[in-house]
Design a protein around this ligand. Structure first.
Ligand code: TXD
Length: 307
């Protein structure tokens, strides 16, 4: 028997993530959604792609959480997506109810699982899942930084006409307007980006990264990004399953790191079989430190909405 990864929410991000996981051919996949038939249908369709693509992962879908029993990792994507003109924070009350219920349902059936939260507003939903599950911070991790960093790397690579593989970057802080792209440690083949791109232009790229989610929403009109988000979540799942010890920007509840305590924000974290195995403290510029503090403050304000 293969290990199991469960994905809750068979919408755009969840179903695309289930596809990416099946194509990794490492684990079986359980897909759950509240809408009757949605997870069942998509899971069966994915299972039937196996012979063509060449994977043996079992993919099951249901409205019943029974299929998630004994999961190694559970990814929570269920919730409402942002509509044009709607801020991430508008989603807080509606999605808190959904994520609270789902966290309870999955953690009962998979007491040893690591939870990855995707639902927005991301940092707040991660805090909520920590509270509802009672799990340690190493096992409840938010996905946002890998996506925000991917967007930053995409724009930098395009600007410089180089491969995305040659661009190393980190985007920390909260997911949303308060994200903190680290100009200081962003390099292209080891060369600091500040010496390759004029400061004013770099700030435009930073701004486009901050607005990256909204840019896609503007194009799509209904729904929000899902290819890059599902790729980001799949990378985090892979780092855990394969015990990579890969350092990825993740939303983690800080316990004094970066001078912050008891607040979930994006920081570089070592991801392995135990989940977050270490929070990495990189040296920040004064501007970045201020931005990170403001970002944490914004998360605290939204968390207060949870009561
Ligand atoms: O960087 C990030 N963290 C994000 C977050 C990047 C992209 C998307 N981000 C957020 O993820 C987005 O703002 C939403 O809050 C979630 C899911 O986005 P997606 O684009 O997948 O939304 P969909 O397509 O609307 O899918 C949501 C599914 C849908 O099928 C619902 O029926 C289901 O969630 N849903 C539920 N499933 C189970 N249980 C309950 N209660 C439930 N409620 C809704």
């Amino acid at each position: 028997m293969r290990e199991k990864v469960s994905v809750v929410g068979a919408g755009n991000v969840g179903a695309t993530l289930a596809q990416r996981l099946a194509e990794m051919d490492l684990v079986d996949v359980a897909l759950v959604d509240v809408v009757e038939g949605l997870a069942e249908g998509k899971a069966l369709d994915l299972l039937e792609a196996g012979p063509v693509v060449g994977y043996d992962s079992q993919v099951r879908g249901s409205t019943d959480y029974g299929i998630t029993e004994g999961s190694r990792v559970v990814v929570i994507t269920s919730g409402l997506a942002r509509k044009p003109g709607m801020s991430r924070d508008d989603l807080v009350t509606a999605n808190a109810r959904i994520v609270g219920e789902v966290t309870k349902a999955v953690s009962q059936r998979s007491p040893d699982a690591i939870l990855i939260i995707v639902t927005n507003p991301l940092d707040v939903m991660t805090e909520l899942a920590l509270r509802v599950s009672g799990l340690s911070r190493s096992r409840v991790i938010g996905m946002a930084g890998v996506l925000d960093t991917a967007r930053f790397r995409t724009f930098l690579a395009a600007e410089l006409g180089v491969s995305v593989r040659s661009v190393e970057a980190y985007v920390l802080g909260g997911h949303g307007d308060s994200m903190v792209p680290l100009r200081g440690v962003t390099t292209v083949a080891g060369v600091p980006v500040g010496s390759l791109i004029p400061a004013a232009r770099l700030e435009e790229i930073v701004q486009r990264t901050r607005d990256g989610g909204a840019e896609i929403v503007r194009h799509l009109k209904t729904g929000s990004a899902f290819y890059a988000p599902s790729a980001a979540a799949a990378q985090m799942v892979g780092a855990i399953l394969l015990d990579r010890g890969q350092i990825l920007p993740c939303a983690v509840r800080l316990e004094g790191e970066y001078g912050l305590d008891g607040v979930v924000v994006g920081v570089p974290a070592k991801l392995g079989s135990a989940g977050v195995e270490q929070v990495i403290e990189v040296t920040l510029t004064e501007l970045e430190r201020d931005e990170l503090e403001r970002s944490a403050e914004a998360v605290r304000e939204t968390v207060a909405v949870l009561g």
